[in-house]
Design a binder for this molecule. Sequence first.
Ligand code: NAP
Length: 685
Amino acid sequence: MGLSKILNYQQGQWTFGSGSGTPLYNAVTGDEIGLADTTGIDFGAMLTYARERGGPALRKMTFHERGRMLKALALFLSERKQAYYDVSFSTGATRIDNLIDIDGGIGNLFAYSSLRRQFPNLPYLCEGEPARLSKGGTFIGHHLLVPREGVAIHINAFNFPVWGMLEKIAVNLLAGMPAVVKPATITSYLAEAVTRDIIASGILPEGALQLICGSAAGLLDAVNEQDVVTFTGSAGTGRTLRAHPRIIELSVPFNMEADSLNASVLGPDAVPGTPEFDLFIKEMRKEITTKCGQKCTAVRRILVPENLVEAVGRSLSAALAQTVIGNPRHEKVRMGALAGKTQYREVLEKIELLKRDSEVIFGNPAHVEVVDADAGKGAFISPVLLLNSKPHAQRSSHEVEAFGPVATLMPYHTLEEAVTLAKLGKGSLVCSITTMNEDTARDFVLGAASHHGRILVLNRESAPESTGHGSPMPLLVHGGPGRAGGGEEMGGKRGVMHYLQRTAIQGTPTTLTHITGTFQYGAKLTESQPHLFRKHFEDMEVGQTVFTHKHTVSEADIVNFANVSGDNFYAHMDATSLEGTIFTQRVAHGYFVLSKAAGLFVDPAKGPVLLNYGLDECRFTKPVYPGMTIGVRFTVKEKVDQEKRSPEDIAKGIVKFLVDVYDETGETVALATILTMVKKRNQED
Ligand code: NAP
């Protein structure tokens, strides 16, 4: 019987290359599990297919529709998790490792799905505040972000075949770009299993996702100026790919996540007997053994006050000695195997390099006891702890990454020195400090931040809910400067921006209102008939305005408002106290002006407007004195469609209104954006 074939999904079809294939091995048993091959596959045609099929389909959808698509996908994959766990054991991953890779990947889809609420219900978005470019206000600028018209090409490392794929596609799909994913060949069979289900689900539009299982040499020859390439892997491969002539000539964004010598620091206060010392030992053990040390974020350098080196060495060795290693399916096993024999040999070579400057204080790289497995056949290795007692002079600990369960302990004398040592990694994805002292935390974070993508402060208070040193979070940036690749991914909304083109647009407020779908101050107003409070969500249009009655402000208004609110600030209450202030008379409370504005713009009878749930921006731009007459221009600024949370939920949308309060000269005295919920039509049935 022949080996099973790991297929590529390309141009709507599952295919195997025309070659004989590269065998892939089970990391635990050493058995061959399948063949991967891409010989003869036309990568250029795949990219064209994504640009011509997937791209247009995704760009037609709004951010909200794309977000709901991600949610449907996350729910669909959640139901099939067990099948992926079964496949994942063959990569050497334990149950806990599976939670990180598989559940973590699906969690990313959920997180990015929820992010849709931070975007408009449009295919594109407008960013930040408009820029006023002229005195008269007739010429303004704004920033528009539209999906790039190319492909997101994701070249991934072997260690997280599912998370690596899902955390990246979640972001480009929300942005409206299709993806071609190239998992590392050695564990591509797991990415293939998940992709098979994704494609079969029909949840993504055709062309939104394609998969390459096997060599992708030549893939970048076909990139174009609208594509985005992301790379996760070793710095060497990354450097070669980043220097590809097409990447350089066409300025193709290339996001690189490379190897990183992440540090973790024990604060000087965290002596044995404190909860912080115990937390640190637990965290270091977790970092060394999880995923058999094959995490880009794993702690490689453990920085400890000089007087605590011995205590940490002893406690951490004792903790590591308790790690049960072996068949990841066995319930007692806490650490599985490396991804393969090649990785095992590489880790041994790197340990030899590290040993030039360090001594091994725990673990024998050449020997390991395993449970329910054959140590000779699987890619098993013992955790290894080294000690480098001269970390300034002996630099290999800051330069050599052993991508396995390997870390080096190093002493420091002052916190400043700990910062310097952390920076010797020349830029890392993450570092952490365990301390209960807030000054230590601040000084370390401010000192080390320039060289790190993320910094965790761990102590007895953050620990119970901490996600740990090693976990990149969808809402926080993942990436690091310098050696870590200089890239940045995820980070909530920030990540989506990498797949959008930012374009500065200039014109009149009316033109920009029309383009952006959001009312720009100064644009033409259309009087609403009937009053906006009589209209349902669908019937309101951006720019429709209610011009209210006027009200002349009196001293009695100010006194009454002071009584109701209890705000007796001198400028409202004492006309004799105004010398040296900007006020020339008793000034009306800003909140009175806003409250009175509500009295003017609200149409009180029961109607489609359900509630007002807050204010966005609010500015009091000119003092209002007794005798001045105010009126309101009340304009639909933006509409945000909402989904029903349950069948019983009222169908409604959010309407943001611009409240422009002006005086008898027509000049604005207060501006605010109020947020309301407005019913959709046919709610009475
Ligand atoms: P790698 O050998 O550099 O490979 C990374 C990816 O590049 C693989 O998918 C590989 O495919 C692909 N590749 C190689 N040559 C290519 C080419 N000419 N064209 C297109 N693709 C090409 O790294 P790895 O061994 O998989 O991963 C381990 C390393 O990744 C470690 O050093 C680790 O620190 C780093 N890592 C970093 C992060 C991070 O977020 N910073 C995360 C995980 C891992 P093949 O498998 O087919 O060769």
